[in-house]
Write a protein that binds this ligand. Sequence first.
Ligand code: PLP
Length: 426
Amino acid sequence: MAKQFKPETLCVQAGWTPKKGEPRVLPIYQSTTFKYDTSEQMARLFDLEDSGYFYTRLQNPTNDAVAAKIAALEGGVAAILTSSGQAANFYAIFNICQAGDHFVCSSTIYGGTFNLFGVTLKKLGIDVTFVNPDASEEEISAAFRPNTKALFGETISNPTLEVLDIEKFARIAHSHGVPLIVDNTFPTPINCRPFEWGADIVVHSTTKYMDGHATSVGGAIVDSGNFDWDAHADKFPGLCTPDESYHGLTYTKAFGKMAYITKATAQLMRDLGSIQSPQNAFLLNLGLETLHLRMPQHCKNAQTVAEYLAQNAKVAWVNYCGLPGDKYYEQAQKYMPNGSCGVVTFGLKGGREESIKFMDSLKLAAIVTHVADARTCVLHPASHTHRQLTDEQLMEAGVRPDLIRFSVGIENAEDIIADIEQALNA
Ligand code: PLP
């Protein structure tokens, strides 16, 4: 189904095609395990000689259907669902990096990912160098070492809303013989498909727009199937040499373009868990069925809100790549001509205190630790997600102390603006 249908059709139909007499709606396979008739049948599954389900920590039919839908939307060959976006980012790196390895990463990424990469992965012996994504190709290239195994960036960074030059990042990664991994959470494949610009692996926090209703934490990893691991076999022994924990099987030889996702399933899920629950995958699928309707509405409303804020005398600054004059306007037009995302950031002339007062006065928009929800929501990173940082550290992370992250929902834009207006006047 993947190739011939457009994104709107894939959102509704991909992944689950019932046969005669089967449920029209993707069923929740609420079962940890799956039955076989002979011991030999089950043994062949453990040897990866047959494909089939045996234990939900590795694979589950509900999860696989939803992963297939996300793979189709991104234009990839295979995908795996994870229990969270954090797990997706961890596995995406850990699938090709081990102790002693290194990767290069844009410095403007989600704070949780920044900490995972900069603190926790370091404890496992995997080193990272953060680079300014707007630096020149030469400067970013200078961060690469002989043991570098990947380059990582976010299409639109959370919360700083910087737009990644994906083609530039892909050129740099490929000139060093490593894949480009892109976190495409904010635009979703409705607005940007990084594989079309040279990315090799895409990751998602499906918790955000994909679910869209704030019901289920989840993540996904999608492989384009384009990266030639065997051409750089010395860098990727985990994929290109026999896996002794799987009877000496070599993933690239046995699974070709499916090697990366098969290894993530057979090795990382087997050993570390972090599978998405089938119940959450079912809810995620409901969200995906309307993703193509919600994203344009998020973008249209965010554009209206950004334009309103930009002309308001109480507002000091606004970041939204849909505003002509925004630093990333041209780059966004190139990579996301139909819209970027529904998140706008801004600061008020009164600074940090004024930002907090404004947020406390909102009535429709809710203060929540969340973003990319159908309901308008708001967060002040300096008081919440980044509250351990000093003002100087905040500026270093690109998060201004007065920054309000306003996640525009799919309500009526006039109602959202009326709420902002009454809070600004409160
Ligand atoms: N990537 C991005 C861009 C995010 O915004 C987030 C969470 O906000 C994550 C990854 C982590 O996802 P999760 O909260 O699902 O673990």
